[in-house]
Design a binder for this molecule. Structure first.
Ligand SMILES: Cc1cc2nc3c(=O)[nH]c(=O)nc-3n(C[C@H](O)[C@H](O)[C@H](O)COP(=O)(O)O)c2cc1C
Length: 233
């Protein structure tokens, strides 16, 4: 299995989301597992400028130099893991800025065929509240990228650092991590596209066929054969 991890922050040992992600990675890995990790904002420190270049040709994004290795790694991965501590009820700004750079690969534009055969695990922690809205920020992108199976793991850990999370809480988290890891591994044997993703694909296909808003999007869908009989799954 190949796993690509995007961490929303560069915190490691003190970070609860990082430590939870490491525990998932341990459970999900076997001898052949290849793990590639990216830390924000270091791996992609730029904001989207709204130049619209990506909607015609994503390689013309002014930040493509940062994005290229991340895109290549994500395309090759079987599982994408995103981590996000809750900042004021949502994902941290650097993760939002990262996701903004992938607007062009939403299903309404030029989705990537590779995404339809992937799983994604979204991990969020908060001191007391906000994981639901943070996970929704991430889930919206994953769904519109066409990811077939999305798992969310949001927990209130009542702490600012992993060191101060109670041992009892850590044991409970480990049990929950073990359980979800078993499900992710079992599902990976037979990845089926969710009904929601299929429904969105057909709605967007209809839109591209009928209205042909952006010529580059229509060219992409035509080149994939999706306006005819081909499907990305
Ligand atoms: C700028 C900032 C904003 C935060 N906003 C919230 C919030 O809205 N709700 C909440 O419960 N915790 C909030 N927290 C606390 C963190 O979400 C929480 O401690 C989290 O577990 C930190 O994750 P980390 O250890 O991986 O960095 C905030 C922390 C920071 C630094």
């Amino acid at each position: 299995m190949k796993i690509t991890v995007i961490y929303a922050t560069q915190r490691k040992s003190k970070s609860s989301t990082y430590n939870i992600a490491q525990r998932f990675i341990r459970q999900l890995s076997d001898a052949d597992t290849v793990i590639t990790e990216f830390f924000l904002p270091e791996s992609m420190p730029k904001f989207c400028r709204g130049c619209w270049n990506c909607f015609t040709d994503f390689t013309k994004c002014p930040d493509y130099g940062y994005l290229k290795p991340i895109i290549e790694s994500m395309c090759e991965a079987d599982l994408l893991i995103f981590t996000a501590p809750v900042y004021v009820y949502h994902i941290p700004g650097q993760l939002k800025a990262f996701l903004d750079h992938f607007g062009y690969q939403w299903m309404a534009h030029q989705p990537r065929k590779e995404m339809f055969s992937k799983q994604a695990l979204l991990i969020s922690t908060a001191a007391g509240a906000g994981t639901r809205s943070a996970l929704k920020d991430l889930k919206d992108s994953m769904t519109f990228w066409g990811i077939s199976r999305i798992y969310s793991f949001g927990r209130n850990i009542h702490a600012s650092d992993w060191d101060t999370v109670e041992e009892k809480k850590k044991l409970k988290l480990q049990k929950q991590i073990d359980k979800l890891s078993i499900k992710i591994k079992a599902d990976s044997m037979n990845i089926r596209v969710s009904l929601k993703v299929k429904a969105l694909f057909y709605a967007m296909r209809y839109m591209h066929k009928k209205f042909r808003f952006n010529p580059a999007d229509v060219r992409h869908w035509e080149a994939q054969g999706w306006l005819e009989k081909e499907r990305p799954w």
